[in-house]
Ligand binder design. Structure first.
Ligand code: SF4
Ligand code: SF4
Length: 396
């Protein structure tokens, strides 16, 4: 193996860490597991050792021998016990681009054959079915049939102004399907000329980044771009922050792209529409990819506050400091126990606010937190922003 999975900047960054430990203090994996080996600081130490042990100038300079397969496997185990929440990057005083670095470290570990076996399942599912669950991709828009007034075309149209890119979790996971259902009804009610891509929608490619398979994302990008072009749409709207994130970061900037929160705010600004009172005390959970990732903090809060009767209270850790829900980085697949441990910390913080419901803007956060409260009988409502708006619309 060589260090070709890392850019020169990343190799320099790996050596620029001052050891201040700020990333250790905020890491949800460290807090939930009580294990400092899951921190960014520890990972950088491992990375320097591995990078320095490989053939080439660096190895000669550092006078390091080759690293053993067992060491690589042990390192690989810790690398995937991370939600890729980027809280470490947020607090790093040196400004290290840690999340990108974690993607590259995963790619390196998988390339060395030391990644978790579950990663293979992600790759196989995406290669064979184009969705992360390994389901039939023709069924991607089947949730439309559960709508009370489902249109005959199932919202899959030849041409439209806006494409609603559903994402795998909302398309297939029953608990999350309420989100696209709410979203479609809101857009229909506001007269948005939109279409779904149906079976033409492939996974956005985001799970491949977390699986250490960055090089395979290109196929998915090319396919999805072409599918949107065919519809003649100029705008794409996402309810999933991870789809939105990868379109912002890796897709060519050909279309105007929106997360639902911003799209909704624009709709309300163009023509305010009646939202009924809800009499609800809520707190807002910033999804990592929307908050720290895309710096969208205020739009969702403004939309929540626009609903009469809704009292928004903040958690101690909010906006750029928000604690991850435990659902990122494919952690649910590779270490469900650790993922649930992080969710427990999140739910405790939510309950501390006295809110009756937690609103978020991500289907994966909804899925992770709902699964936890159901399994543990916690009296807390979890809902996506789309569901909150849908509720208020129905009351109007
Ligand atoms: S991305 Fe989040 S979970 Fe991963 S090391 Fe950084 S703070 Fe910890
Ligand atoms: S916060 Fe940055 S500089 Fe401090 S220990 Fe972590 S990676 Fe190193």
């Amino acid at each position: 193996m060589s260090n070709s999975n890392f850019s020169v900047r990343q190799l320099i960054e790996a050596s620029a860490c001052t050891g201040c430990r700020l990333c250790v203090d905020v890491c949800p994996a460290v807090s939930a597991a009580g294990d400092g080996r899951l921190s960014g600081l520890y990972r950088l130490t491992g990375l320097r050792r591995i990078a320095g042990s490989r053939a080439g100038l660096l190895a000669r300079l550092m006078r390091r021998g080759p690293i053993g397969a067992d060491d690589m496997t042990r390192f690989g185990e810790t690398v995937f016990k991370c939600t890729l929440c980027a809280n470490c990057e947020e607090v790093c005083p040196v400004g290290l681009h840690l999340r990108d670095l974690w993607y590259s470290v995963r790619q390196d570990v998988v390339g060395a054959g030391a990644g978790p076996r579950k990663v293979e399942a992600i790759r196989e599912n995406l290669e064979e079915t184009y969705n992360v669950f390994g389901e039939d991709n023709e069924e991607r828009a089947d949730w439309v049939e559960d709508l009370p007034d489902a249109p005959e075309d199932g919202y899959v149209r030849d041409r439209a102004d806006v494409v609603y890119f559903t994402g795998c979790v909302a398309a297939y996971y029953p608990l999350a399907q309420q989100i696209p259902m709410a979203m479609a009804e809101i857009m229909e009610a506001r007269g948005v000329n939109f279409t779904l891509l149906g079976e033409d929608e492939w996974c956005c490619g985001f799970p491949l980044l977390g699986a250490g398979l960055k090089d395979q994302v290109r196929t998915f990008i090319d396919h999805n771009i072409e599918a949107v072009r065919k519809r003649g749409a100029q705008k794409i709207v996402f309810a999933c922050p991870s789809c939105y994130h990868i379109w912002r970061e890796m897709y060519p900037p050909e279309f105007e792209i929106f997360h639902f929160t911003g799209f909704m705010e624009d709709l309300l600004a163009q023509e305010p529409f009646p939202l009924g009172p809800l009499d609800l005390k809520v707190t807002y959970h910033d999804p990592c990819d929307l908050g720290r990732g895309a710096r969208v903090f205020e739009a969702p809060r403004r939309v929540i506050r626009s609903i009469p009767g809704v009292n928004l209270v903040e958690m101690p850790r909010n906006r750029e400091n928000c604690l991850c829900c435990g659902g990122g980085g494919n952690l649910e697949m590779t270490d469900p126990e650790l993922s649930a441990g992080i969710t427990r910390l999140k739910i405790e913080e939510v309950l501390g606010t006295g809110a009756r419901a937690v609103v978020t803007a991500c289907q994966q956060c909804v899925r992770t937190m709902t699964t936890y409260v159901r399994r543990n009988d916690v009296p807390l409502e979890i809902m996506d922003m789309t569901q909150l708006i849908h509720k208020a619309l129905k009351k109007s």
